[in-house]
Structure formats: structure tokens, C-alpha cells
Design a protein around this ligand. Structure first.
Ligand code: ADP
Ligand code: MG
Length: 571
């Protein structure tokens, strides 16, 4: 159909557009990075499709993005010869937000622009950032393989709806025209655009081209000769157009690593750490792994989209290849480029591939090493990391038994050493502070920090000067069930069974205690009879100093928190 149709944006898009235009104005130049990033993704997708269908490339084999501008008209154009979109693609990709968790994200917004602009940074806005600088955006696009008259034009002023119509388009790919707002017209400038490409998009692996500036020749009197109007326009690459991970570490600046991170992660903030490695030998691959500085809003969902961008011999294969890292490292972003896998590799094949298995264990070690180094050399930074991602790392001991000890080194706890809720203490620190005669690492587990901290179970340990880990995160009990010992010291739940704290007792003291126990036996028996329905046993203890009584769980019983969880689940 050639008719022009008007369609409404999804509600979330409207909210997002409004928010973005009003909160990202201080950082508006990022629109160019986002649009070039999309163009580069589109070219990657085409290159991948062409592995099985070479014809797709043949009409226009030199993959690139082009920037054009017209300072009189006040337009900037981003033109790519990538995969393109058909009508349905355009409606779905440019009219809705497919990302999971969008609704929750929007609920978190406070209306406070400063806070919201940080949130939006985490969310990533992509294509819609065009509306920060443009009051009209025109997208003309033709999908690879489609006929010239099967192209579409999508157009919107960013205020509620967009139009879509069928058009003819000679070339494959997507051409986006930004009609700049009156006060943003200075983006339509050769120097401005070139410096933005250098700043944000130098790492893009295809050429980002701009028209070559042709200086007119001079005549004998030093005046410019008239330029031949019919001379074909020449383009030149403005970026270095080399996949960043293929470059030597020493040749890549921190800024470039950061910008590349934003491209692969669709995150707006700088990463906190990265590790770039080339592996040669039996397996050959290059990896560039990043730790973000902020947790995404859906991090707690173990099913969140995760994984690395996979390339095989520089050819993009897929996003979110999850087979290269275990679930508890789902916060890691980055790229892996393998020389051993086939270009036709699928997700299913990745799940059962020996090479992938060994890459996974090597990459897992890399991440653990990167974190260990950070913990050792940059403890403040590590603390920031822990505050954002610690709860995911806590899944590690259960997920990845082989690396249990390494992971244990990385854990941070709230303990009676500080009595603060912040998780700042390492197990190594705990062990260093252990008192003479202490051979266990004690912990208590409760619904929240205050309950843990104030538990009567801690009285005797506090009196003895034995430090106790104060656990109150939901994941903690699961984690402790996989951690048997650290540095040869067993973990002991202070609410379970006997505490064996009295090893240093003299014979005399022991006798005295036995005698006392005899004396109070009738009392205990009576209490037991009264509480028959509620408890399995009543015993005397020396674990209390201030409280008269406390409830304990049998040595081999389920922990309290696990019970509560099961009860909540109706078990
Ligand atoms: P993201 O890049 O994170 O997926 P964007 O908002 O930047 O989100 O883009 C939304 C979608 O629109 C992309 O996933 C892609 O499917 C489509 N798209 C955007 N730009 C292009 C382009 N130049 N060529 C083809 N598809 C595009
Ligand atoms: Mg994008």
C-alpha cells in the first residue's frame, strides 16, 4: 500500500521520549553515538546473514555508515547499507520498546530530573535519543533482499505518533534524517560531526564516512578556481574502522575502551573495570570483558538476557551468547571472538561444544582474577562493585563448585566486628582477627540485619570476643549451604545445635556444670511437658549471658530462613 498511515507510539515510548528530551539535554550529543551504534549493529547483522546468503551483499558490498549534513536546511543524515527494515520491523522496532522490565523501569521514575536522568542512563535509550536534537525524524529503509519498491518511510515529531508509508529506495539499508531543532542546528557542521565520531565512535569496526573536504585549486593570482559541480562526491573514513578488540592493549586508550563498552552493552555509563586478552594455542580467541559500574534493573532475575557478543573470525554471530560465562557472572558484558567455531554456530551448538566449555572455564577464571585484583589493589572500587553486584556473586559457590574458594575470597560480609549493615569484611580479614582457641567461622542468619545483630544467640560469642558474620540477604542461606569451610576453618551456624565453646574448661568447672544440670533437670522436664506441642527438647545452655532463654534449631535441621521461605511457598 502506498497510503500514509498514522500509528500511535506505545505508552512506554511516549513516557520515555518525554523524559529523555527533558533530562538528557546536558548530554545531547550522544544521539550520534546511538545512531552510529545502531547502524553498525545493522551492518553486523547483514554480514551475518550473508554467510548463508551471499547474494545479500552483492549489490553493495562495501559496508559502511555515512554521515551527511546540510547546514542551511539544518539536517544531519546517518546512512547505512546494513540489514534494513521492512514495514513490520519499522513499526515494531521504532514504535515500541521490546526490552523486558520497561514498565518496572518507568515505575521507578521519581519526576526528579537529576535522579531520573541517572536511571535513564542505566536503561539506555538508543534510537529515541534522536529526538533530543531533532523535532522531526525521517527513517527511510529497505531490508536486504527486498525489491526497491518495498521500502518504507517512517516519520515522527516525537510527540505521540508516527507515520509510515511505502516508498521506493534505490539502496539497501537505512537512512535517517534528523531535522534539527532551531537551537541545535550547529550539529550540522563538518568539524562538529567529525569530532563527535572521533570521541564516541572511533572503535566502530566499519568505516564511518564523511564527504572529503576538497580544497579548491588556486589560480595564478591566488584565487580559488571554480569547482566542477559534476565531480563525484568522495567519501573518507573518519574513524579508525578497526574492531577494537583486535588492537593491541597498549594502543587502546581508556576512553576508547569505555566508548566501546557503551556500544556493546547499550549502557550509558562508564564501566568500572575491564580485561582484554588474546589467547593463542590449542584454542584461539580474543575476549574483552567488562564489569559495569551499575547493576541493571533486572539483574536479580536469573533469566535476564545476559552473555557476551559473539564473533567468529571478526564476523558478528549473535548478541547475548550466554554459554561463555556462568549465570552468577551475568553482570559481565563484552565480546568474545573465536577462531575455532564455525560461522554457522547456533545457540544449541554452543551449549554442547567442547571448545566453548573450555573457553567458559577460562573466561570465568579471567573474571574472577579481574575481581581479585580489584579487591586487592583498589579496595574502594571493589566495594562499589560489591555493593552493586555482591548478591549475584553470592550465587557463585553453589553455581560453580570448582571455583568455590576463589569466590569465597571475594565475598564481603557484615559482621559483629563493625556491627554495621554494610558488607565490608572479607573472610580473610575474619580469619586474621580470630581469637586464640577459636577454630570456626561463626555466622547467624536472620530476616534482616537488626534481627541478626540483636539475636540472643550472639551473647556468648560477643562475650568471648568471637566475631560472627551477620547474614540477612535472601541468597545467604543458599550460599552458606555450599560453603563448608574457608582456609581450613569450618563454618558454624550459631543457631544450630551445640556450639562447643567450652573446650578450655577445667575438670572442676565441668563437674560443677554437670551438677547444676542435675539440679535443674526437674525444671527442664516440666518446661518440656508444658511446651510439648511446640518444641522437641528443652536443654540448659551456656550460650546466653543476658537473655533467659532462646530457640535453637537442631544441628541437622533446616535453617530458619529456609523454613520461612518454604512456609511462604505453602510447603
Ligand atoms: P537497541 O539498539 O538497544 O536494540 P535502539 O532503540 O537503539 O535499541 O534500536 C531499536 C531497534 O531498532 C534496534 O534493535 C533495531 O532492530 C532497529 N534499528 C535501529 N536502527 C537501525 C538501523 N540503522 N538499521 C536497522 N535496524 C535498526
Ligand atoms: Mg541502539
Amino acid at each position: 500500500e502506498t497510503q500514509k498511515e498514522t500509528l500511535g507510539f506505545q505508552t512506554e515510548v511516549k513516557q520515555l521520549l518525554h523524559l529523555m528530551i527533558h533530562s538528557l539535554y546536558s548530554n545531547k550529543e550522544i544521539f550520534l553515538r546511538e545512531l552510529i551504534s545502531n547502524a553498525s549493529d545493522a551492518v553486523d547483522k547483514l554480514r551475518f546473514e550473508s554467510v548463508s546468503n551471499a547474494d545479500l551483499l552483492s549489490e553493495d558490498p562495501n559496508l559502511r555508515v555515512r554521515l551527511e549534513f546540510d547546514n542551511e536546511a539544518g539536517t544531519v543524515i546517518i546512512d547505512d547499507n546494513g540489514i534494513g527494515m521492512n514495514r513490520d520491523d519499522a513499526i515494531n522496532n521504532l514504535g515500541t520498546i521490546a526490552k523486558s522490565g520497561t514498565a518496572q523501569f518507568l515505575e521507578q521514575l521519581s519526576g526528579d530530573q537529576k535522579k531520573d536522568s541517572q536511571l535513564i542512563g542505566q536503561f539506555g535509550v538508543g534510537f529515541y535519543s534522536a529526538f533530543i536534537v531533532a523535532d522531526k525524524v525521517t527513517v527511510e529503509t529497505r531490508k536486504a533482499g527486498a525489491a526497491t519498491d518495498e521500502a518504507v518511510r517512517w516519520e515522527s515529531s516525537g510527540d505521540g505518533d508516527f507515520t509510515i508509508e511505502a516508498i521506493e529506495k534505490e539502496t539497501r539499508g537505512t537512512r535517517i534524517t534528523l531535522h534539527l531543532k532551531a537551537d541545535e542546528k550547529d550539529f550540522a557542521d563538518n568539524y562538529r560531526l567529525r569530532s563527535l565520531v572521533t570521541k564516541y565512535s572511533d572503535h566502530i569496526s566499519i568505516p564511518v564516512e564523511m564527504e572529503k573536504v576538497v580544497y579548491p585549486e588556486m589560480d595564478e593570482e591566488g584565487n580559488p578556481k571554480p569547482v566542477d559541480e559534476n565531480q563525484a562526491v568522495e567519501f573518507e573514513a573518519v574513524n579508525s574502522a578497526k574492531a577494537l578488540w583486535t588492537r593491541a592493549r597498549s594502543e587502546v586508550s581508556d576512553e576508547e575502551y569505555s566508548e566501546f563498552y557503551k556500544h556493546v552493552s547499550h549502557d550509558f555509563q562508564d564501566p568500572i573495570k575491564w580485561s582484554h586478552n588474546k589467547v593463542e594455542g590449542k584454542l584461539e580467541y580474543t575476549s574483552l570483558l567488562y564489569v559495569p559500574s551499575k547493576a541493571p534493573h533486572d539483574l536479580w532475575n536469573r533469566d535476564m538476557q545476559r552473555g557476551l557478543k559473539l564473533y567468529v573470525q571478526r564476523v558478528f554471530i549473535m548478541d547475548e551468547a550466554e554459554a561463555f560465562l556462568p549465570p552468577y557472572m551475568r553482570f559481565v558484558k563484552g565480546v568474545v571472538d573465536s577462531n575455532d567455531l564455525s560461522l554457522n554456530v547456533s545457540r544449541e551448538i554452543l551449549q554442547n561444544d567442547k571448545a566453548v566449555d573450555s573457553m567458559r572455564s577460562a573466561l570465568t577464571k579471567r573474571v574472577l582474577d579481574m575481581l581479585s585484583k580489584m579487591a586487592k589493589n583498589e579496595s574502594e572500587k571493589y566495594q562499589t562493585f560489591w555493593d552493586e553486584f555482591g548478591n549475584v556473586l553470592k550465587e557463585g559457590p553453589a553455581d560453580d563448585f570448582g571455583n568455590k574458594d576463589k569466590i569465597a575470597q571475594l565475598l564481603r560480609f557484615s559482621t559483629t566486628h563493625t556491627d554495621k549493615a554494610e558488607q565490608t569484611e572479607s573472610l580473610a580479614g575474619y580469619v586474621e582477627r580470630m581469637s586464640e582457641g577459636q577454630d570456626k567461622i561463626y555466622y547467624i542468619y536472620a530476616e534482616n540485619h537488626n534481627t541478626a545483630k540483636n539475636s540472643p544467640h550472639l551473647e556468648i560469642l560477643r562475650k568471648k570476643g568471637f566475631e560472627v558474620l551477620l547474614l540477612s540477604d535472601r541468597i545467604d542461606e543458599w550460599m552458606m549451604s555450599s560453603l563448608q569451610e574457608f582456609d581450613g576453618k569450618k563454618f558454624q551456624d550459631v543457631t544450630k545445635g551445640k556450639l562447643d565453646l567450652a573446650e578450655d574448661e577445667t575438670e572442676e568447672a565441668k563437674k560443677e556444670k554437670e551438677q547444676k544440670a542435675e539440679e535443674i533437670k526437674p525444671l527442664l522436664d516440666r518446661m518440656k511437658a508444658v511446651l510439648e506441642e511446640q518444641v522437641t527438647d528443652v536443654t540448659s545452655t551456656d550460650r546466653l549471658t543476658n537473655s533467659p532463654a532462646c530457640l535453637v534449631v537442631g544441628e541437622y535441621d533446616m535453617g530458619l530462613q529456609m523454613r520461612r521461605l518454604l512456609e511462604q511457598a505453602g510447603q
